[in-house]
Design a protein around this ligand. Structure first.
Ligand code: ATP
Ligand code: MG
Length: 330
């Protein structure tokens, strides 16, 4: 197993080393390939990600990624978009589950669902025309793209409560009617119970009744918007991990960005990055991944927490405490 480790910029450089300590506590046979990518690299060399970096990444099985600062410069090649495209990471996965003692915006802690977002097409097709008086973006929905994301969501649902919610706007968009039909057929073929929701009702329902959902599948733009909203359900950006999965590769990153305002102070919350390690272990088929949940519950209970959660601990202190707990309880 070869793991590319990309710390990136800002707090990525702090939370990833903490997460790697937790991974190391499992004592698994990993070859770690560190790569410097992103804005800091671009400032130094004029390149954020090169073709040879992409080849190196393709020689790995999985990627653990911190965050990169995005720059509005036409010469700056987006690291994330490049990797997503090159590795065909079609499924964006966000588990939305409260952590012990942390209350999100709704005050509820009885939900546990996974948001599955199609990651390669929809409104983010990149097919656009910009004119002086008219601009348009093509919203692409393919049978192949819809089938594979629906299959992925069904596979997850079968391991959980066997319930799929298909989120769309098919009353307005014919492309979503197509997506919805393919998702329904896939769910039926897989024996998964399903329902569908218009995206606007879903936004409301997720805030009012998040406990109703098990696996939620949707197209690119809707998934992008709903997934950030779901971070508010959990309580803090510093607590939410995500995975981008393809047929061959998997890429794990915390939902938060590089947070330049707190970078370099050693106070970033590493729990999202540590939960990324949990997702990586689960993806690999490592059975002992749930010990990370126990370790996180332990540090939260002991108040070994960073300032964003009201504590005084540093990024490394939290990382070390989680890693020590894991090492003692494997
Ligand atoms: P970027 O441009 O890289 O996305 P950003 O300024 O949008 O950076 P985010 O990382 O998206 O910053 O986060 C927004 C705010 O949330 C930050 O200003 C930061 O204070 C807080 N935050 C984000 N992640 C964490 C974390 N892991 N621990 C503590 N606070 C965090
Ligand atoms: Mg941001």
């Amino acid at each position: 197993m070869k793991l590319a480790v990309i710390e990136g910029d800002g707090i990525g450089r702090e939370v990833i080393p903490a997460a790697v300590k937790v991974l190391d506590a499992f004592g698994l046979d990993f070859e770690k390939v560190p790569l410097e990518l992103g804005y800091t690299r671009w400032e130094r060399t004029g390149t954020a990600i090169s073709n040879s970096d992409i080849e190196t990444i393709k020689g790995c099985d999985a990627i653990l990624f911190g965050a990169v600062t995005t720059v509005q410069d036409p010469n700056y090649k987006s690291v994330l978009l490049t990797i997503r495209k090159e590795l065909d990471l079609y499924a964006n996965i966000r588990p939305v589950k409260p952590l012990p003692g942390i209350i999100g915006v709704t005050g509820r802690s009885d939900f546990d669902f996974i948001l599955v977002r199609e990651n390669t097409e929809g409104l983010y097709s990149g097919i656009e025309e910009i004119g002086p008086d008219l601009c348009w973006t093509k919203r692409v929905v393919t049978r192949k793209g819809s089938e594979r994301i629906a299959e992925y969501a069904c596979k997850l649902a079968k391991k959980r409560r066997n319930k799929l919610t298909i989120v769309h706007k098919s009353n307005v968009l014919k492309s979503d009617k197509f997506f919805l039909n393919i998702c329904r057929q896939t769910a039926t073929a897989n024996g998964v119970e399903y329902e569908d929701m218009l995206v606007d009702s879903m936004a409301y329902s997720l805030m009012m009744h998040p406990e109703k959902y098990d696996v939620v599948v949707t197209t690119n733009l809707f998934g992008d918007i709903l997934s950030d909203m779901c971070a508010a359900l959990v309580g803090s950006l510093g607590l939410v991990p995500s995975a981008n999965i393809g047929e061959k590769y998997a890429f794990f990153e915390p939902v938060h960005g590089s947070a330049p305002d707190i970078a370099g102070k050693g106070i970033a919350n590493p729990l999202a990055a540590i939960l990324c390690v949990k997702m990586l272990l689960e993806w690999m088929g490592e059975q002992r991944y749930p010990v990370i949940d126990e370790a996180i519950a332990h540090v939260l209970l002991k108040k070994i927490i960073t300032p964003d959660l009201g504590g005084k601990a540093s990024t490394l202190e939290v990382g070390n405490a989680v890693a020590e707990f894991v090492a003692r309880h494997l």
